[in-house]
Ligand binder design. Structure first.
Ligand code: NAP
Length: 313
């Protein structure tokens, strides 16, 4: 067993998926949760993915060996400040935030070096557009990458334990600096989300089009953008505002490339269009080969699925 008590603060998609892993793989004796949504906390205990819930983040964290912050990143600082006084020396705080520099800036200043509390920033690069404990599932992390961005003087045994937890969820582990993490994620996650948010807004607001027809024929492409654009608004507001510099640079680059495409179409430059589309097809093939696209698996794990019933027996 890796831990005695684990506290999960924020029992949404990521927190509840990790809770399922902790319980099913018997990685700890006890999981205690806190969430601002009382229905979510009750649901977690009902599903038996948590042993108990607490009235505050501090209560949940008392005596914990590991505290996992899995709320939107915007509240990390407030939560770290609140739980610090109840943490014992040797306790580990980890987070799952999608941006790492901001997460570290929010959490680390609340941890005095003499407290003996260890902070290990992490990002399991796995998710869906859904939220809440019923949206989580045991297999969410399987085959995906977990990026750890350790701060200076991190004890190796604590780092190892957090890495073991994610390995148990069948994740592959990478280590990098928070700055590099945020740069890579801006390209592979933040920009694509931003474009989806923008496109869905544009198409939905188009004048002279029947809204019903847009929904009816959405399978021809629009649908796939709505899946990404249907992601949690709080989470994405926090990510985009707090990785601002990198994202603004990428938006500029994207707008330039879009204008180039506009020119290609205007001047009938079919060879240029073909060249770009052919390159994109190759990239798509590489994503599939790297097993980073398996939407079929997501369809198997809907609320009320077998695996939860098994835990709830
Ligand atoms: P989620 O399903 O919305 O879960 C977050 C939970 O935290 C919600 O139940 C929310 O309650 C609760 N919460 C908000 N403020 C809180 C507070 N102050 N104290 C306690 N609970 C609070 O979101 P998620 O998708 O699991 O994302 C959580 C974290 O994972 C984010 O930091 C995100 O960057 C990271 N992440 C997400 C993905 C993804 O694809 N979804 C992937 C990797 C990492 P309310 O709903 O009542 O606000």
């Amino acid at each position: 067993m890796l831990f005695n008590k684990v506290a999960i603060i924020g029992i949404g998609l990521i927190g509840s998926s990790l809770a399922r892993v902790l319980k099913r793989n018997e990685l700890c004796r006890e999981v205690v949760v806190f969430d601002t949504n009382p229905d979510y906390m009750r649901k977690a205990v009902e599903l038996k993915i948590a042993d108990a819930y607490a009235p505050s983040a501090a209560e949940a964290s008392k005596g914990a060996d590991l505290v996992v912050l899995s709320t939107p990143v915007g509240v990390y600082g407030k939560l770290a400040e609140e739980i610090m006084p109840v943490l014992k020396p040797g306790a580990i705080i980890t987070d799952v935030g999608s941006i790492k520099k901001f997460a570290i800036e929010q959490i680390l200043p609340h941890i005095p070096p003499q407290s003996g509390v260890i902070y290990i920033p992490g990002h399991p690069v796995a998710g869906t557009e859904k939220s809440g404990p019923e949206a989580g599932f045991y297999e969410l992390f399987e085959g995906r990458w977990c990026i750890l961005t350790p701060v200076e003087n991190t004890p190796q045994d604590a780092l190892q334990k957090v890495a073991e937890m994610w390995k148990s969820a069948k994740m592959r582990i990478d280590f990098m600096s928070p700055e590099h993490h945020d740069k890579v994620m801006a390209a592979v996650s933040h920009l694509p989300h931003l474009i989806a948010f923008s496109i869905v807004g544009t198409v939905a607001d188009l004048e002279g089009y029947e809204q019903q027809e847009i929904i009816k024929y959405s399978a021809s492409g629009f649908r796939d953008f709505t899946r990404i654009a249907g992601s949690d608004p709080t989470m994405w507001r926090d990510i985009l505002l707090n990785n601002k510099t990198t994202i603004l640079e990428l938006i500029q680059r994207f707008v330039e490339d879009l204008i180039a495409l506009e020119r290609n179409i205007r001047w009938d430059e079919g060879d240029k269009l073909f060249e770009l589309f052919a390159r994109n097809r190759k990239i798509r093939k590489e994503v599939i080969e790297a097993k980073q696209d398996d939407p079929e698996i997501l369809k198997l794990f809907q609320p009320g699925r077998k695996e939860d019933n098994k835990l709830a027996k």
